[in-house]
Design a protein around this ligand. Structure first.
Ligand SMILES: [Zn+2]
Length: 78
């Protein structure tokens, strides 16, 4: 099992006043739990937020993208 299991970018925070509107990469298992239970998770870049089910509305977080690209090349890239 890869230590860098990362999947579909998830959504940005929707908190009022939060201007950091990007889709972040996070661990797939955390995303799954977050979507089911409404939990906050931590993105690759360190951002903590509660993801929603529609990541396509926002551009991918540059910091997350960079970290993602630096990962295991065997990881599937969207
Ligand atoms: Zn990010």
């Amino acid at each position: 099992m890869s230590a860098a299991t990362v999947e579909a970018p998830t959504l940005t925070p929707s908190a009022p006043g939060d201007h950091d509107r990007f889709s972040h990469f996070a661990r797939a298992d955390q995303i799954a739990d977050a979507l089911v239970f409404g939990l906050a998770i931590e993105a690759l870049c360190g951002k903590k937020w509660v993801p929603t089910a529609d990541p396509s509305r926002f551009p991918v977080c540059p910091a997350c993208q960079e970290l993602y690209d630096a990962m295991d090349p065997g990881t599937e890239v969207p």
